[in-house]
Design a protein around this ligand. Structure first.
Ligand SMILES: Cc1ncc(COP(=O)(O)O)c(C=O)c1O
Length: 390
């Protein structure tokens, strides 16, 4: 019998991809499915970004690049970050990766091992928990509650720290809730972390440019007192509608950029060269597409929140960022998984069960509003009619 390594049994997955596959299967059988499950912009990558990649290929940029990314791209990342957050970044601390996910995989593997504890958001992006388990570390959930608008409570997070805690993961704006952390809680957390100088913080800010109602992003990197132990995760996937290009970056503390690059050399060597040129064009070119996309998401957000709150048994907060809503469905009497499966099977609407983002996600459903207003309205009407008929 083929025997895999024991740690393979601890590796989880991301349910959104399973839902996507099931929705595709139903569509292949002739069903018409509205997909509010997957977390990717439904817009096209801006034209000038595509052209930059084509030009790079024509210019002969088809070989390996430095494992951490070409220098002009790392310089563009540093300049963009400074421009948006007022924090000066050394391009040598930037490591370009094939997607934001690779940063979390590397960061968790860099610190996770048996006898170590890692604190992660729950409900949160499922890959955090999956890779923590894979590493052998103990996964310690940081509960994100609806009554706090899905922001963390600093006192609670600090109370979860033990001498074994090595890494804390933060994510704002957040997947799956659309929640944005409260600045007073972040201030308190940073203050409390001064007592724990050996803890590293992975700050996943991949939705940093998708904020609504005049909110401004505050990066964890803005806190100078802990900057030397922050791993900043961001990328192009969401901001520039580039999920399939596989491009992301992290800003690592000086001492960690080299091990992160070593992991890259062992894993993928480098991001494909033309994509790096595309990433440079995205950062240095016009930002109109980013603003237009956020404006469109904002309009959809208003529609989906209003419509969700009209469904009997649902209630939904107004999310501050990203492109997700996370309504409570507890009053329908269904579990999150039952609701996800029945909505897909019987109503033809793909969503993701809150419980696939952690135990604190039970009783909620994630709706991505990366779809047209027309489809959003149609999907929610179908749900309303179906629930009324039940
Ligand atoms: C919170 C969060 N971080 C990171 C990622 C990964 O992004 P990428 O597609 O760049 O790997 C996602 C993607 O859904 C996400 O939601």
């Amino acid at each position: 019998m083929i025997a895999m390594a024991e740690h393979m049994s601890r590796l989880g997955t991301e349910s959104a991809f399973e839902v996507l596959a099931r929705a595709a299967k139903l569509e292949a059988e002739g069903r018409e499915v509205i997909n509010l499950g997957i977390g990717q912009p439904d817009f096209k990558t801006p034209g000038h970004v595509v052209e930059a990649a084509v030009k790079a290929l024509r210019d002969g940029h088809h070989g390996y690049t430095p494992a951490n990314g070409i220098l002009p791209l790392r310089e563009a990342v540093a300049a963009d970050f400074e421009n948006r957050n007022g924090v000066v970044v050394d391009p040598d601390n930037v490591v370009v990766q094939p997607g934001g996910k690779v940063t979390m995989f590397f960061a968790i593997l860099m610190f996770g091992e048996p006898s170590v504890e890692i604190i992660y958001p729950d409900p949160g992006f499922p890959i955090y928990r999956s890779v923590i388990d894979f590493s052998g570390a103990k996964a310690v959930p940081m509960p994100l509650r609806e009554e706090n608008e899905f922001s963390f409570n600093a006192e609670e997070v600090l109370s979860l720290i033990t001498p074994k805690t090595r890494l804390i993961i933060l994510n704002s704006p957040a997947n799956p809730t659309g929640g944005v952390l409260r600045i007073e809680e972040l201030d308190k957390l940073v203050e409390g972390l001064h007592k724990h100088p050996n803890i590293v913080i992975l700050s996943d800010e991949i939705y940093s440019q998708m904020l609504y109602d005049d909110r401004h992003h505050v990066s964890l990197m803005a806190y100078e007192s802990i900057r030397d132990r922050v791993i900043l995760l961001d990328g192009w996937s969401k901001t520039y509608a580039m999920t399939g290009w596989r491009l992301g970056y992290a800003i690592w503390p000086k001492a960690l950029a080299e091990p992160a690059t070593r992991l890259a050399i062992n894993c993928h060597s480098c991001v494909n060269a033309p994509t790096q040129y595309a990433g440079m064009a995205a950062l240095t070119g016009p930002q109109d597409a980013v603003h237009d996309m956020t404006k469109a998401f904002d309009e959809r957000r208003k529609v989906i929140v209003k419509e969700l709150n009209m469904i009997p048994g649902f209630h939904c907060l107004n999310p501050g960022g990203a492109f997700y809503t996370f309504p409570s469905i507890a009053d329908t009497g269904m579990t999150a998984r039952q609701a996800q499966d029945q909505l897909l099977q019987e109503v033809g609407v793909a969503t993701v069960a809150g419980s696939s983002f952690g135990e604190f996600g039970e009783g909620f459903l994630r709706f991505s509003y990366a779809n047209s207003i027309e489809n959003i309205r149609e999907a929610l009407q179908r749900i309303r009619i179906w629930l009324q008929a039940r």
